[in-house]
Design a protein around this ligand. Structure first.
Ligand SMILES: Cc1cc2nc3c(=O)[nH]c(=O)nc-3n(C[C@H](O)[C@H](O)[C@H](O)COP(=O)(O)O)c2cc1C
Length: 282
């Protein structure tokens, strides 16, 4: 048995925050297939911008290639949508339900009231999503702001918070701050796009699509980065929910061997939910 956020899990598989975790029916389907927890699609409680681009998740039916494009304005849940999801899901499943919240700045008052509402709605923990805040490195007092936010959230809540890392937060910079901020859990690694060259009509062009069987939406650069972040996080004593680039059971084993406690997947689960196929990881 694996212990994570106060629950005993039968296997280490968690669904990442993504399309696969933004509706009741998808989350219940993941649970029926043995997934032990769902990090719900990220939500925010500030005004969402006007739709800034098209939202796409495509699986090419002949090659199996996946492609995702998800601009903030057209895809993030509102806080109310997230709370509704929790209210409907909680009585129907005992898997870990971990909503994901993002705010417009690192100021604690932008996070605490919403996170308290999420806690009251029976969440098991809360993922803190910094991805939509852009690149924070270089902003004044960043280290202090992160530590203050984490400490104040820790003091205000009775459930754990789990920051989600992205490559704009370098691993050797962020891990000591998470420890100083008093968090136990970390979620990683958010989307990394990896372009490669492909030839079309005699011209080389940059493509983001890679080998369909061995890559996620975010390409073959993602798994080695995820492994590196996992190794460093585990070295700092953090309980890691590791994912990003997971496409088969062997990838899950690699992350567990590197020190992850649980393993998460977005592209793989979304791909198989979308196709109506049985989820193959389990
Ligand atoms: C369509 C789509 C939407 C996503 N939305 C979110 C989100 O709202 N919050 C979040 O933390 N990560 C989000 N992600 C990132 C995933 O949780 C995950 O970190 C990333 O896709 C890498 O994992 P994968 O290789 O298994 O896809 C999204 C990914 C995809 C493909």
């Amino acid at each position: 048995m694996i212990e994570f956020m106060g629950k005993q899990l039968k296997n280490p598989l968690i669904a990442s925050s993504c399309i696969a975790t933004e509706s009741v029916s998808n989350v219940l389907r993941l649970a029926e297939n043995g997934v032990q927890g769902a990090i719900l699609k990220s939500c925010a409680d500030y005004e969402r911008g006007k739709v800034s681009g098209k939202r796409e998740f495509a699986v090419d039916s002949t090659t199996g290639y996946t492609y995702a494009s998800a601009p903030f304005g057209s895809e993030i849940l509102t806080l109310e949508e997230c709370l509704d999801l929790l209210h409907v899901l909680r009585p129907q499943t005992d898997i870990l339900l971990i909503p994901s919240f993002t705010a417009a700045s690192l100021a604690p008052d932008k996070w605490i009231p919403a996170c308290k509402k999420i806690e009251e709605a029976s969440a098991d923990g809360i993922q803190l999503d910094f991805f939509y805040m852009g690149n924070l490195i270089g902003t004044n007092g960043l280290s202090e702001s992160i530590v203050t936010l984490l400490r104040e959230l820790g003091a205000a809540l009775n459930i754990p918070v789990m920051p989600k890392l992205n490559i704009n937060l370098p691993k050797d910079f962020i891990m000591p701050l998470l420890v100083e901020g008093g968090v136990q859990y970390v979620s990683l690694l958010d989307s990394v796009r990896s372009p490669y060259l492909r030839r079309e009509n005699g011209v080389y062009q940059i493509s983001e699509r890679l080998d369909a069987d061995t890559t996620s939406c975010f390409g073959h650069w993602q798994l080695p980065l995820t492994i590196g972040y996992t190794y460093t996080a585990a070295k700092y004593g953090l309980k890691v929910c590791a994912g990003g680039g997971v496409t088969c059971a062997d990838d899950v084993q690699k992350l567990l061997a590197t020190g992850a406690v649980t393993v998460q997947s977005a592209t793989y689960l979304t791909k198989y939910l979308n196709r109506g196929n049985k989820l193959l990881l389990i």
